[in-house]
Design a protein around this ligand. Structure first.
Ligand SMILES: CSC[C@H]1O[C@@H](n2cnc3c(O)ncnc32)[C@H](O)[C@@H]1O
Ligand SMILES: [Zn+2]
Length: 451
């Protein structure tokens, strides 16, 4: 067996407890073989092999030193538009609708596939550096995004985002077909690390006829559905006014509410919609930073979880966040959840850590999210040797409230080391940043010329 040993760290186990253990990985299979006292070859839990540094232990093909560190499942960014890194800081301080219509969509109209690739590389770099190993992405030029995911070594669920409002029937149908074709063509790419979904942008930006056609085709080919849902009252009210039913009831009526589907935001949900989501097994991706920045509102995270809905975390795009750091999202989710519930005990540390790991993997239907034998070897190693992480009374508290993405020391996905001692191995960081900055600058010039 070709092995990787993550040695000498504290490991976050699926039950939320932390133990001093090694993690042994089968690099070829991309899975965890053993944790703690199951790691064979002589080393057992609590057996520190005094006098032997992690690098000197001879029983693995590769060793990652995790001394003084916390080994956690790779984080899952369950809703983003990764190439929007090019639009980071491009338009701020507006609510969703004018932000999209006045700034973002005119800029995206000028985006080329090369731009999308440059932005996706930058986003992949940012995610690897902050311990994210899997993400869901809705955007354009998804073949380019898939190529980046493959090269970067990440795991993803990808889909072409469909908008039909303002398009004639032929163009609208072509967009639906593109999303369905991409979902079929890219599924299983990057040695199975890429999975796909049918991704209509939202229930208001895609017409009912096209939604029904696309959903029916997606069901036939077995791909899940991902869309923005119940994000703002501007989106909910017209559905209620025109149809006499709430958005989640509408989604159910067109068969878009299934156990493999996951909806972004879910800010404005009433009790009947929470029950429907729970009954259907549809997950919600909570995006607290984006919801705060666009002043969209606060998702009822506590009530969703109490009802049994799987809740994951997402950054949304870097233009509404303005970064792709899931540690920030954990902290925001906890803080906002307490404020919303007027209860400091609401949305505790363990809940947000679960949402960023196992909850994300479950929502996306991707491997990972747990450190246990047989699970995917998707890991982040957090360096605890920092002033803002001292002392360590409770490692889970630190993950939720004090850790930053820049505290991540090593990142592993599918058994492959993507970042070692803060050096990203799969992407050339300087070249990626230079290319993205140049692409963003050219894009802004083109947008100016087009205006
Ligand atoms: C059709 S591809 C995806 C589309 O979504 C836009 N977008 C980015 N952030 C949000 C958000 O918070 N709500 C709705 N839509 C969003 C993005 O700019 C693309 O156009
Ligand atoms: Zn979004």
């Amino acid at each position: 067996m070709n092995t990787l040993r993550v040695a000498g760290g504290q490991v976050l186990r699926p039950d939320g407890h932390v133990t001093e253990s090694d993690v042994l990985v089968d690099r070829d299979a991309g899975t965890i073989v053993a944790v703690g006292d199951d790691t064979a070859a002589g080393r057992t839990e609590g057996d520190g092999e005094a006098g032997t540094s992690a690098d000197e232990r001879p029983d693995a093909d590769e060793v990652l030193d995790a001394d003084g560190s916390l080994v956690i499942p790779g984080l899952v960014n369950a809703h983003t538009h990764v190439a929007m890194t090019l639009l980071r800081g491009y338009a701020d301080d507006k609510p969703l609708d004018p932000w999209l219509r006045e700034d973002i969509w005119p800029a995206e109209a000028e985006l080329t596939p090369d731009d999308v690739e440059a932005g996706a590389e930058l986003g992949a770099l940012e995610m690897i550096r902050s311990g994210t190993t899997a993400f869901a992405d809705m955007y354009f030029a998804m073949d380019r995004v898939a190529d980046v995911v493959d090269r970067a070594g990440l795991r993803a669920r990808l889909g072409h985002g469909v908008v039909t409002v303002g398009k004639d029937d032929a163009d609208a149908r072509a967009d639906i077909e593109e999303s369905l074709a991409i979902a079929t063509e890219l599924d299983g790419a990057a040695d199975g690390r890429i999975r796909t979904a049918f991704m209509p942008h939202s229930l208001t930006t895609v017409g009912e006829e096209f939604l029904r056609e696309g959903v029916a085709a997606a069901r036939e080919s077995g791909v899940p559905i991902h869309l923005h849902a119940n994000e703002t009252t501007d989106e909910v009210d017209p559905i209620v006014d025109e149809r006499g039913e709430r958005p989640i009831a509408y989604a159910a009526a067109i068969d878009a509410l299934g156990p493999d589907d996951f909806f972004a935001h879910g800010v404005h949900l009433d009790a009947s919609e929470i029950d429907r989501l729970a009954d259907a097994g549809t997950a919600i991706v909570h995006c607290p930073a984006s919801n705060m920045k666009l002043a969209s509102g606060m998702a009822p995270v506590q009530r969703l979880r109490e009802a049994g809905v799987t809740v994951a975390l997402g950054t949304d795009g870097a233009a509404s966040n303005n970064d792709l750091d899931v540690f920030d999202e954990m902290r925001d989710a906890a803080m906002l959840g307490k404020l919303a519930a007027d209860d400091a005990a609401a949305v505790p540390a363990e809940a947000v850590v679960e949402m960023a790991t196992a909850g994300g993997s479950e929502a996306l239907g991707l491997p990972g999210g747990r450190i246990e034998p047989g699970a995917a070897a998707d890991l982040a190693v957090v360096d605890l040797d920092a002033p803002h992480l001292t002392p360590v009374h409770d490692p889970v508290s630190h993950l939720a409230y004090a850790t930053r993405g820049s505290d991540v020391r090593h990142t592993v996905c599918d058994g492959t080391v993507l970042m070692r001692d803060r050096e990203v191995l799969t992407l050339d960081a300087d070249a990626v940043q230079e290319r993205a900055a140049a692409a963003a600058s050219d894009l802004v010039d083109r947008v100016g010329d087009a205006a």
